[in-house]
Design a protein around this ligand. Structure first.
Ligand SMILES: [Zn+2]
Length: 495
C-alpha cells in the first residue's frame, strides 16, 4: 500500500539559511516548526489509501524494519538510564547554584568552563579539552530608571546588551510612547531630545524582538537621547528581559534598556492622560577589551570511524542575570548527558560523538565562529550537528535540516522515542552556534524541540533559575538526544 497525502506535497525543500542574527535564526526555526505541525494537522485527515501492495515494497519495508530493530535494545537502555534518575537536573542545579550566571568575559564563565572540563573527565569522556576563543567583554555596571514626573516611581529595568551608558550623572528627558516603527516615523518631530519608549505588547519573539534589536538606532535617527522597550516576553511579575541590541553604523549610539510590562503600562497611562512624563535613566554600561574564553569539548570516540563526528551541543555562557538555567545550562547538560549515558552503558558507536559547550552565544556568537575556523579541515567529516537552545521542557522531538534521505532516516530513528512522545521530526533544524559550521560545510543540522509555552516568560530574565525546570522532563530531553545521537553515530551508512 502507498500512503498519499491528498493534494499536499509533504516534502519540504531545504534551503541554505542565512544567518542575519541568532535571534532571527531561532525565529525561523520556530516558524518552520510551527508550519510543519500545521501542515500535518491539515494533511493527515485527507490521507488516502491507494494502490496494491507489491512484493518489492514488502521486502523494502522488511529491510527497513530490520535496520531499526537492532537499535531497540540500546535505545531502551539509554532511555531507562536517563529517566531512571534525576542526574541531569542535579548537575544543572549544581552548576547554577555554585557558579550561577555565566556572562562572556566573567570569572564565573571561566569557572564553569573549568568545572565542565573536570566533570567530563570524571564521567570518563575522552579527548576532553578546551578550545580558546576571544570574546567581547560588555559590562553592565550600575543602572537604574525612575519616573520623575508626574509622580515619582522606580522602574524595573535591565540595560540591553551592547548598549552604551548614559553620562555619569544619568540623563533626564520627556518620554515619547510609540507603538511601533511606523508610529515612531509618523511622530518623528516629537522624538528629538526625548526618551522613546517602544510599548509593543509581546506577540511572538520574532515580531517583538525587532524593536529591541533595531529600536535604539531607529529612535536615535530622529534625535532621541535614549530608548526604552517594553520587555520582550509575555507579562510576568514585573520581569524585565535583557538581550542584545544592534546599533546601525551611521547613527549616534544612545543608551537602551528594557522595562517591565507593568512599568510600560504605567508610562502609557500617564502619557494617555496628557501628562508631561519625565524619566531619569542612569547606566554605566560599557565595553572593555576582548578577553580569552573557550569552548569545552568532550567525546566518546567512534569504534570504527572515529574521524567521522556527530556533534551535540549547548551554550555554556548566559546573560548576566538569573542563573542561565533554561538559557542554556539545560541545553549543555542534556547534550553532555547523551555522551555520559553512552559511556556509562558501555555503548560505543561506530563514529565519534562530540559534545561541545559553546562560549559567547548571547553577545557575539564567537564560539560557533571559532569552531568553524578551528575545525575547517574536518567539517566535511561532520555527519550531523545538533544544538539544544530552546529549553529542556517536555521534549517533542527535533527540528531537522538536511537531505530528504537523511530526513527519512532520522524519522525512522525517532520512532524509537515514541514511548516518551518525543518522536516528531519537523523542518528547520539548527542553532546559532552550529550555524557557521553547518552553513559552510552544508552539514545536516538538528535542534531539540520542546514544549515552548514557558520559554519566553523566563528568557533573559532574573527568573531563569533551575526551579522552572522539571527533573523528569529534563531526563526525557537527555534520553531524546542520547538515542538520536547514538543511532546516527552508529548507522552502517553515513547519514
Ligand atoms: Zn540560548
Amino acid at each position: 500500500m502507498t500512503l498519499i497525502a491528498g493534494g499536499v506535497v509533504l516534502v519540504q525543500s531545504e534551503t541554505t539559511f542565512e544567518i542575519i542574527s541568532k535571534i532571527e535564526v531561532r525565529l525561523l526555526f520556530r516558524r518552520m516548526a510551527r508550519m510543519t505541525r500545521r501542515s500535518w494537522a491539515i494533511t493527515v485527515p485527507f490521507l488516502v489509501l491507494i494502490g496494491a501492495t507489491s512484493n518489492a515494497q514488502v521486502d523494502h519495508r522488511r529491510a527497513h524494519a530490520n535496520w531499526i530493530d537492532q537499535y531497540r535494545e540500546p535505545a531502551a537502555r539509554l532511555i531507562g538510564e536517563a529517566t531512571g534518575s534525576t542526574f541531569a537536573w542535579q548537575r544543572l542545579a549544581l552548576l547554577t547554584d555554585t557558579i550561577g550566571n555565566r556572562f562572556s568575559g566573567t570569572p564565573a564563565l571561566d569557572r564553569a568552563i573549568q568545572w565542565a572540563v573536570g566533570e567530563m573527565k570524571r564521567d570518563g569522556l575522552e579527548n576532553v579539552h578546551t578550545e580558546t576563543v576571544t570574546v567581547p567583554r560588555w559590562v553592565r555596571g550600575a543602572e537604574s530608571a525612575e519616573i520623575v514626573s508626574p509622580a515619582p516611581h522606580p522602574i524595573v529595568m535591565l540595560g540591553l546588551g551592547d548598549s552604551v551608558g548614559t553620562p555619569p550623572g544619568g540623563l533626564e528627558a520627556d518620554v515619547l510612547v510609540v507603538h511601533g516603527f511606523e508610529d515612531l516615523d509618523a511622530r518623528a518631530a516629537q522624538a528629538r531630545g526625548r526618551i522613546v519608549l517602544f510599548n509593543v505588547p509581546f506577540t511572538n519573539y520574532g515580531e517583538t524582538v525587532r524593536f529591541r534589536s533595531a529600536g535604539p538606532s531607529r529612535a536615535a535617527r530622529h534625535g532621541a537621547v535614549a530608548m526604552l522597550i517594553r520587555a520582550v516576553g509575555p507579562p510576568g511579575l514585573r520581569t524585565p528581559h535583557t538581550g542584545a541590541l544592534q546599533y546601525s553604523a551611521d547613527v549616534a549610539q544612545i543608551p537602551a534598556a528594557a522595562i517591565a510590562t507593568e512599568d510600560a503600562d504605567r508610562l502609557q497611562r500617564m502619557s494617555d492622560r496628557g501628562d508631561r512624563v519625565v524619566v531619569r535613566l542612569r547606566m554605566e554600561a560599557h565595553f572593555e577589551p576582548d578577553v580569552e574564553s573557550a569552548n569545552v569539548v568532550g567525546e566518546i570516540r567512534g569504534r570504527e570511524r572515529p574521524d567521522e563526528v556527530v556533534v551535540v551541543s549547548g551554550h555554556l555562557d548566559s546573560w548576566d542575570v538569573g542563573a542561565g538555567a533554561t538559557d542554556d545550562g539545560g541545553g549543555c547538560v542534556v547534550t553532555w548527558e547523551a555522551v555520559r549515558l553512552m559511556k556509562k552503558l558501555n555503548l560505543r558507536p561506530r563514529r565519534t560523538v562530540r559534545v561541545v559547550l559553546w562560549t559567547n552565544e548571547e553577545n557575539g556568537g564567537r564560539g560557533g565562529l571559532a569552531y568553524r575556523d578551528q575545525h575547517r579541515a574536518e567539517l566535511g567529516k561532520h555527519v550531523l550537528m545538533l544544538e539544544s537552545d530552546s529549553g529542556v521542557f517536555r521534549p517533542l522531538g527535533f527540528g531537522f535540516s538536511g537531505s530528504d534521505s537523511a530526513r527519512e532516516t532520522v524519522q525512522t530513528i525517532a520512532t524509537l522515542l515514541s514511548g516518551i512522545a518525543a518522536d516528531q521530526i519537523s523542518t528547520g533544524g539548527g542553532g546559532a552556534d552550529i550555524g557557521p559550521s553547518v552553513q559552510e560545510a552544508r552539514i545536516a543540522a538538528m535542534s531539540l524541540e520542546v514544549d515552548g509555552s514557558k520559554y519566553f516568560l523566563i528568557h533573559h530574565t532574573p527568573a531563569d533559575t533551575v526551579d522552572k525546570i522539571d527533573p523528569v522532563e529534563m531526563a526525557k530531553c537527555a534520553a531524546t538526544v542520547a538515542v538520536m545521537a547514538y543511532v546516527v553515530a552508529d548507522l552502517p551508512n553515513r547519514l
